[in-house]
Design a protein around this ligand. Structure first.
Ligand code: FAD
Length: 456
């Protein structure tokens, strides 16, 4: 779309919003459109640095009048799909945050990251249902389901949402809860950006001042023994215990401990919500499988939960895919090892198996549209598509890995779908849920102003 073909000029949009409105040649453009994933930088026609609900509504109305699509970015940890020529709403200035320790609730603006909630909740001994990295945005994570180390005890983050504000395709700002609009309340908690821009969100916190956990690194050559041991050990754990195991090809980064630098390793991630003694006893069988290179498990405040996964924090190029497995038999582990194990020459830098089950498998107290609830294990893989060869090899080997586990796969998690094709993600929901979501999409967003995993 060229500026001469715009129905309403950009100046009209700029006059209607308090935040910056930038085009590709404006100073500050790169900072405004950039985010975590350097391999998927949006290329919008215009970016709106929204300062609040009013700016979001003005941007959506303006886009709808042009017949343009709207996309949202908070942190860039999970952008997918075609972001060419859209009106991009950047929510990173919307950082309001309040914790009510008596009601055990938090209310956040659309630009808040988990780090801010962890820090605000910690003095009250409370914890949010964040995921592996506190740099991820609260709203994008929660509307996509939200699988974190408290999940097996308390369910998905989306299950704890009590209310949110949303600007729908008609440019109207609404407050939605289970009573005011049960359909939209159900659909946005799982359907992510498909129905509008969520401007703020209120959700429950749980009492969890400390935990026993962290990560243990082993030599990558031990991968076959460790993955098979994990497959037998993990399903027997109670709901107070969460775990994943990852194959990691670590870079020769001087910031990494010398034992790990430039090595292919197995990373066992462990979180226990009970006592240290219980946690140590539960871990003993895995510690007995092989000698660790580095053992970082101990008692930690909940606000230090990033130590469990040690995810990267600096922006990097990412190409990722995921799947949910109904079961993890020995053949499935062998398939993972053949595609991504120490002898595979795989270019993937992370392949993770994460235990699901427990409260994740139960319906939310107020039902929602989170996909993947049925699964036993989540598989997630990630590569760095830097350079022409990697840009071809990484997607090809990720696809080969997913093909190898296809016999045990049923759907996936929206948040961990990565660069899956839109039809693949739409297939994560069972038929009834997909039809209900599609009907609501046709009602709420008939012109397809918003993208997202839900197809009309
Ligand atoms: C290092 C890393 C660790 C992760 N760990 C986990 C994990 O443990 N568990 C898990 O479940 N997921 C995890 N994820 C995936 C992550 O939760 C999703 O990608 C999530 O959508 C990111 O949200 P964001 O706002 O930070 O990112 P963005 O890239 O800014 O947004 C991602 C998506 O959310 C939508 N979105 C963002 N804000 C809004 C809004 N206000 N209204 C409507 N839609 C919105 C966007 O449209 C976009 O489609 C991880 C991702 C990374 C890169």
């Amino acid at each position: 779309m060229t500026s001469s073909s715009l129905v309403r000029p950009v100046a009209e949009l700029a006059a209607a919003v308090a935040g910056p409105v930038l085009g590709p040649s404006d100073p500050g453009w790169e900072q405004e459109v950039g985010g975590f994933n350097l391999a998927h930088v949006p290329t919008p026609a215009v970016v709106v640095g929204a300062t609040g609900e009013h700016d979001v509504a003005a941007a959506v109305r303006w886009a709808a009048a042009q017949g343009m699509r709207v996309a949202v970015q908070a942190t860039g940890h999970g952008l997918t799909g075609d972001l060419d020529d859209v009106v991009l709403v950047s929510t990173r200035r919307m950082t309001e945050l309040a914790v009510d320790p008596v009601a055990r609730r938090a209310r956040v603006g659309a630009g808040v990251r988990w780090r801010a909630v962890l820090d605000a909740a910690a003095p009250h001994g409370l914890a949010p249902l964040c995921g592996s990295s506190s740099g991820v945005g609260v709203v994008g994570y929660t509307t996509g389901g939200g699988l974190g180390p408290l999940g097996r005890r308390h369910g998905f983050a989306a299950d704890h949402v009590t209310r949110f504000g949303i600007v729908t395709a008609d440019g109207v700002a609404r407050t939605v809860d289970a009573g005011s609009d049960p359909d939209l309340f159900w659909a946005v908690r799982g359907g992510r950006e498909s129905f509008g821009v969520v401007t703020w969100m209120e959700f429950g916190l749980v009492e969890q001042p400390r935990f026993h956990g962290g990560g243990i690194f082993f030599d990558g050559d031990e991968a076959p023994r460790l993955l098979h041991a994990w497959r037998e050990w993990a399903p027997g754990l109670g709901e107070d215990t969460s775990t994943s195991v990852a194959l990691l090809a670590l870079p020769p980064d001087p910031a990494l401990p010398a034992e790990l630098r430039g090595r292919f390793v197995v990373h066992l991630r462990f979180t226990h919500l009970g006592t240290v003694a219980e946690g140590e006893a539960l871990l003993a069988p895995m510690r007995a499988v092989a000698a660790p290179l580095l053992d970082g498990v101990g008692e930690l405040p909940w606000a230090a939960v990033d130590a469990v996964h040690s995810d990267p924090t600096d922006p990097m190029p990412v190409w990722d895919r995921g799947a949910v497995l109904d079961t993890l038999p020995a053949d499935a582990v062998d398939a993972v090892l053949a595609e991504a194990g120490p002898d595979s020459s795989s270019p993937l830098v992370l392949v993770e198996l994460r235990l699901l089950g427990g409260a994740l498998a139960r319906p939310a107290p107020v039902p929602n549209a989170v996909a993947g609830r049925h699964g036993a294990v989540s598989l997630y893989c990630l590569g760095v598509p830097a350079g022409p060869e990697a840009a071809v090899q990484v997607p090809a080997r990720a696809a080969a890995l997913l093909d190898a586990v296809a016999p045990w796969t049923r759907g996936g998690l929206v948040n961990l779908a990565g660069q899956a094709a839109p039809d693949t993600v739409a297939g994560y929901w069972d038929d009834d849920t997909r039809l209900r979501l599609a009907a609501l999409k046709r009602r709420v967003d008939p012109e397809g102003v918003f993208g997202g995993p839900v197809r009309a």
